[in-house]
Design a protein around this ligand. Structure first.
Ligand code: PLP
Length: 392
């Protein structure tokens, strides 16, 4: 139950990719037949991603993943003297990029969030200035699943003459991603959060928005991202975009046992209610916010999340404490602390995130395992004893 860290490849995705490693392994820039075949596959995938986003194929730039897409959006647009507004609950791919830009003379504002982990339009409006070039706010938070009011934020940015970027990495394949309805100028995607391979991704760049490339080389991706295309990976991303559209429309199974978006939300609610019925001094972080259907962030007071993650892992249940990308860090989650959680409660929180293929049996197993592990760790309080007990 750690789908927000990464998802499995769907079998259809693997099957679509397979030929491009074996018999059809051309370089998409070669003019011979193998090259043209690879080029056609890349074009086909670009169209599939464009259909998912309701944009033109030429507006899709393939990248190596969410981190690169976020960096390309920010570094590609901002120059000294510009003002960037972003949120304090962004993924580190945006937060750390913003910090690096600040060191290069870009003025950066990090907006606070509400106690539910959502952004307020009024807070953005109060911060916009004549030199604000870009506003970057994620669509769904990776830790809590909270969905941000992107359309209203984008409208406010545009009214002040700024461009709007959204990191939609945790929304892709979970929510409809129509760039026109969202009103964004740039949007980041990552393949491995939507059943395509790790190391694949895309950035939507609205026609007319000029980006400086981060790398220098050939003229691939219309000069916006040089480097030989990862043809098999791009094909996988295209296939996963097709499957995401079908899944969101509710008209395809996406593999045996796949849940519809509504059924997945019901499964997540069953997970939360089942666990919370058995545990006191516990609750849902961002429980009052609109959330993507697969994500649940729970706190269990007087429990060390790291110890709980290890205890559950030993029982065969993979969950995450804070976000996986920062595991190993000793700091409590910046998202939960930005929401105003105490350090202790932030350190007592775990994230469970379901895939389209998660079954009722798996949920019921988690509903049995989590309360038992929490009860055992609470018996062992204080916290350092909990950690020692599970790792020794
Ligand atoms: N943005 C968000 C919201 C994420 O959750 C992640 C990964 O966890 C990323 C960006 C980075 O994406 P990638 O792992 O493809 O570099």
């Amino acid at each position: 139950m750690d789908a927000n860290a990464t998802t499995p490849l769907l079998p259809e995705v693997v099957e679509a990719m397979r030929p491009f490693w074996l018999e059809a392994f051309g370089n998409a820039s070669s003019i011979h037949q193998q090259g043209q075949h690879a080029r056609a596959a890349v074009d086909h995938a670009r169209e599939a991603v464009a259909r998912l986003l309701n944009c033109r194929a030429a507006e899709v730039v393939f990248t190596s993943g969410g981190t690169e897409s976020d960096n390309l959006a920010l570094f590609g647009l901002l120059a000294q003297g510009d003002h960037l507004i972003t949120s304090s609950i962004e993924h580190h791919a945006v937060l750390h990029a913003a910090e690096a830009l600040a060191e290069r003379g870009i003025e950066v504002t990090f907006l606070p969030c509400t106690a539910q982990g959502t952004m307020e339009v009024a807070a953005l409006q109060a911060t916009l200035k004549s030199n604000t070039r870009l506003v970057s706010v994620m669509l769904a938070n990776n830790e809590t699943g909270a969905i941000q009011p992107v359309r209203d934020l984008a409208d406010a940015a545009h009214a002040a003459g700024a461009l709007f970027h959204t990191d939609a990495v945790q929304a892709a394949g979970k929510l409809p991603l129509d760039v026109k309805a969202l009103g964004c100028d740039l949007l980041s995607l990552s393949g491995h959060k939507m059943y395509a391979p790790q190391g694949t991704g895309a950035l939507y760049v609205k026609r007319g928005v000029r980006l400086r490339p981060m790398f220098f080389g050939g003229l691939h991706e219309r000069g916006r991202r040089p480097g030989t295309e990862n043809v098999a990976g791009i094909v996988g991303l295209g296939k996963s975009a097709e499957l995401a559209r079908e899944w969101l429309a509710g008209d395809a199974a996406n593999g045996p046992g796949a849940r519809s978006p509504e059924a997945l939300a019901r499964l997540r609610d069953r997970l939360e209610q089942g666990i919370l019925a058995e545990v006191e001094q516990a609750g849902v972080n961002s429980g009052g916010a609109p959330r993507v259907a697969n994500t649940s962030n729970l706190y269990f007071d007087h429990v060390e999340a790291e110890a709980l993650v290890i205890a559950l892992d030993l029982k065969g249940l993979a969950v995450s404490g804070g976000s996986a990308c920062q595991s190993g860090a000793t700091e409590p989650s910046h998202v939960l602390t930005a929401m105003g959680l105490s350090e202790a409660r932030a350190r007592a929180s775990i994230r469970l995130s379901l895939t389209r293929l998660t079954t009722e049996d798996e949920v019921d197993r988690a509903v049995a395992l989590v309360p038992a592990a929490v009860a055992r760790l609470r018996e062992l309080s204080p916290k350092h004893k909990q950690l020692l007990a599970v790792i020794s």
